[in-house]
Design a protein around this ligand. Structure first.
Ligand code: SF4
Length: 144
């Protein structure tokens, strides 16, 4: 887990966004459709995959948005649109490096969010995996 910038616990949930990589979806069964805003899940998907769990938890807590991004550029566009004060992101090593660079650039532009990045523990661009408990714990970090 890598933390950049401010302290996430000082940021109210409604000023945070959650960024997830689309490669976490179960590629054989996923019914999601790609749009300019990322992977969109149909209401009738019964899969209850980790993307579903993480999104539901973030929205239950009042997060301002969740983006299931097909790449770092899409995630950064989402961040620029929402201007969050806090970001929880799951990423592979390559996207992590790009994301950290992007956030450093944002801080030069006056936007300086707290960011916590949780790395994938199984990489490879398809059917990747992450420590779900760690992601849920991080999403739930609250103001002290
Ligand atoms: S809930 Fe999971 S499996 Fe279903 S559409 Fe969304 S990402 Fe795909």
């Amino acid at each position: 887990m890598e933390a950049v910038g401010q302290d996430l616990t000082q940021v109210a949930p409604n000023r945070r966004v959650l960024l997830l990589p689309h490669c976490l979806r179960p590629s054989e069964t996923c019914l999601g459709k790609y749009t300019k805003e990322g992977l969109q899940c149909p209401e009738d998907c019964l899969e209850k995959c980790v993307i579903h769990r993480f999104r539901q938890e973030a929205l239950r807590l009042g997060y301002a948005g969740v983006c299931v991004a097909a790449g770092g550029a899409m995630a950064l566009r989402f961040v620029k649109q929402h201007q969050p004060r806090g970001i929880v992101a799951v990423a592979c090593a390559q996207e992590l490096a790009l994301g950290v660079e992007g956030v450093k650039q944002m801080s030069q532009e006056g936007l300086d969010p707290a960011i916590i990045i949780i790395p994938l523990h199984k990489d490879g661009c398809i059917d990747t995996e992450v420590d779900a408990q760690e992601v849920l714990r991080t999403i739930n970090l609250m103001p002290k």
